[in-house]
Every structure is written in C-alpha cells, then in structure tokens.
Design a protein around this ligand. Sequence first.
Ligand SMILES: Nc1ncnc2c1ncn2[C@@H]1O[C@H](COP(=O)(O)OP(=O)(O)O)[C@@H](O)[C@H]1O
Ligand SMILES: O=C(CO)[C@@H](O)[C@H](O)[C@H](O)[C@H](O)COP(=O)(O)O
Length: 470
Amino acid sequence: MCEENPLVLGIDIGTTSIKVGLLCVASNKIVAFQTKDTQANVPSELGHEGHKQNAPKIMSALHVCVSRLPSHLTKRVTSIGICGQMHGVMFWEYDDDAPWVKTDDSTRYDVTPNSVSSLYTWQDSRCDPEFLDSLPRPSSGAMLASGYGTATIFWFHRNRTEKLEKYNCAGTIQDFAVAMLCNMHRPVMSVQNAKSWGYFDVAKKQWERGVLEEAGFPVGLLPEVVTSGHQAGLLADTWNGVPAGIPVMAALGDLQCSVLSVLHHSDDAVLNISTSAQMAFVLPSAEPYISRDHNAVIELWPYFEGKFLAVAATLNGGNALATFITMLQHWMLDLGYHVPQSTLWDKAIELASKCEDSDLEVKPTLLGERGDPTTHASVSNITLGNISLGKTFKASCVGVITNLHRMMPRELLLENNISRILGTGSALSKNKILQEEVKMIYQLPVVFDSKSDAALGAALAASKYMNKAS
Ligand SMILES: Nc1ncnc2c1ncn2[C@@H]1O[C@H](COP(=O)(O)OP(=O)(O)O)[C@@H](O)[C@H]1O
Ligand SMILES: O=C(CO)[C@@H](O)[C@H](O)[C@H](O)[C@H](O)COP(=O)(O)O
C-alpha cells in the first residue's frame, strides 16, 4: 500500500535521544525509523543547578538519524513535522550570515559554534525560588518554574547581560531546527511551545508583553507565535534525499505529539516516560476545567484543535533511573572495572524482575518538582534484607511511578472517565519493571505500544493539521 504513497518525516528532538520516522499517509503506519542518543549534556559553570546541552551536537545527531533513512523513501517525503523537549531555550545570531552552513553533499548543516549558545533545558534549576519570587507574576496566573524559557532569559538578562547582547534570536531546540531547515531569519514558535516558556496567554495567543516589558525583559528575543499545526516555511535545500521546497511545520511539544501518536479514544490516558514523565488526558471541552479536590498537581497544556491536556508532569522520570545506572557505572569504574551502561540496564532489570517486592522506599525526586523545587530524593526503610541491586532498582522504579501517581492519582482518572492507560516513551518501552508497576499502582488496563512515540505524533500532526483550515 505504501509503495508510491507520499511519506511524512516526523522528528522528535528529545532530551536524551533523537527519534525520526517516515509515516505512510495512506496506511498511517511508520515505514522507517531511526534513533540516536545525542550525548549532548555539557557541564555547567553553575554545577548541578545549570543544565546545558550542546546544540550543534544535537543537530549533528539529527542529521545522522535522517541520513540513515533509506534514500528511496526520503525522496518521497512531502512534508516534515518536528517536535521536541519543551521549555528550554537557546540563543543564536542571524544577521547578514546564517549561523549554519549547508554542506555540499546535502547531508547536513554545520552550525557555526560561536553563533549559537548552549541549550538551557527544562532540567535547569538556576532560577531558585527566591529569583522566581523576584519576577512579575504572570497575569494569566499560569505556573512559572525554573527551566521555563522566559525565566531562564530573565536570569541571563539580570546576571549575564553581555551574553544576551551577542544574539538576536531565541527559541526551543526544535524551533532552531525548523529555522535552520527553512533558512528563516527569525524563528516562529507554536502555541504549544510558547505556553511551555511561561508569560504566554493561550486564549489570546500572545506573549504577556506588558508584564514583561515593565520588568525590563528583552522582548525583542520573543519569537512570533503561530497556531499549533501552522506551516513555518519550506525546506530550503535537499536534505539527505528529502526534496527541497516541501512544507515544514512550526515545531510542536513532545508531550502533545506523544499523546497524538497513541490516543484514539477519549477514555484513554497517556503515560509517557522518557527523560521526564507525564500522565495526561484530553479535556473534553475547550473551556479547560479539572477538579482540584485531590492534592493532585495538574497543569493544563494546549493540545490540538483548541483542546487542552490535563497533565501531571514530573521532572523525575527516566532521568532518575538513568542517574542510578550512571552512579553504578561510576562505582564500578572506581573499583577498576568498566561496565557498559547497556549491561547495567539489562542486569538491573533482570535482577529486579526476580524480586517479588521490595520494602525499600525510594523517593526519586533528584530534581525536585516544579511545585516543590527544594525537595530532593531520598531512600528510607533500609534493612539488611532489601539492599540488593535487584531490590534497589525495583524500589527505584516503584518510586518513579508512585511519585507520578501522587501527582495524578487513579481516583482522578476515574473521575474523568478514564478506563485505560496507553504507555509511550523509551524509558517505559525498554523497562518491564516500570510497566508492571504502572499496572500494580493504577489498577487499570495498560497498553504499551513501542511504535507510538512523539516522532510519529509530529508526522501525524503535519499530515492532519498543516495547511488545513483549523
Ligand atoms: N537500555 C535501557 N534500558 C532501559 N531504559 C533505558 C535504557 N537506556 C535508556 N533508558 C531510559 O530511557 C530514557 C530516555 O528515553 P528517551 O525516550 O530516549 O528520552 P527523550 O525522549 O526524553 O530524549 C533514559 O532517561 C533512561 O531512563
Ligand atoms: O512540563 C512538561 C509538559 O507537561 C513536560 O512534559 C515537558 O514537556 C518535558 O519535560 C520536556 O518536554 C522534556 O520531555 P522529554 O525530553 O522528557 O521527552
């Protein structure tokens, strides 16, 4: 069915890895897929408060992924949808010259290192509670947290002014990718990503410029905002066989695309566990309302077609388990043994699967939470009988799901007529311990579809919404 049908290229620029897929429009199936860890984390001059990634390295991983797609398929691509890690911000300069140079072999763009900044991600915690309290309150009443783009820009404006003066553009990493592919002098940003930056009024589809200007915020850096699903531009050059001139959608949020990739019924919730983790469901009405009877920690995020997602978003998902594995690897190295992380993952999951249960109690909140940034991780109820590797890893997995359940309990799902959970995200699809704990803690039917992810969602969004009146 897909032999000659048009294909859509979907891209997810995640915090840990890039995912790219080719969607056959006729069958709505992915016909080719590539993924690559970006390994882009760089040490921050602020220590653990700062979380920076090397943007040129992320773009390089993107080019490698797309170059590995079969060329007989990439030449059939008719549009591109891109999503990625929300909230983060990077800066770049596009004056007379672009901060990227297309290579002659049409395989990639080389980003000019000193024309772009690092990516300051959603995990960045430089904006401590005292700094956040010094900022104007968003008039929309929405949350503002460390790692949100506008908060990070405020921090640089007040602490590293000279740094901001070097750049005239700002956006998420996925906005930068779209600007690069379409050779745009200024980026555009979708409502989904604008909301994730803070100081954005979704109803008016506008930045809260008045509040920001009054506080001295460099509003000239704010991108133009467009409807989610809007076309940003046209592919400026042939790219690994993908033909020049095809439409490229304004970049979307990874969470919304993860949901779109798997959600088919209004009584389904979507659990994404990637570097972070979220439980989300679509609110039926355009007027978002969610009962706040529980001590649930729910945010409302713009979805598609004017609808909203009710979301419990924790800062501590796959990253907490990855930190445990990295810690193990470092201990082994200290003892003189190099053990690949893949071996440690496999062994930890294997040993944990042999444990009936674990009464070790792990609170995995290494990064705190947006609603409680000063909290940290802890391990309690340690005995002589529960400190094996298997029991410790199992307790860590239980802790990740228990923490998310605290933010969006089973009762709240039932109140909103949710009868099933759909699982996405590599941390979930690769880890059967997490999968078992979701079923145990939520006591609902759970379906895991490793083929559904944000890259598929980005392609579906481009196919369904781009250049369609909505
Ligand atoms: N071999 C593995 N086995 C199980 N889980 C893994 C393995 N490798 C990575 N992970 C988990 O996958 C997470 C990254 O998931 P991914 O979907 O790539 O993230 P993102 O979309 O945020 O870039 C890591 O934080 C880690 O918890
Ligand atoms: O705050 C939210 C939105 O609810 C988070 O889900 C946010 O989208 C994610 O943490 C970031 O986009 C990073 O996502 P990922 O790299 O973990 O997939």
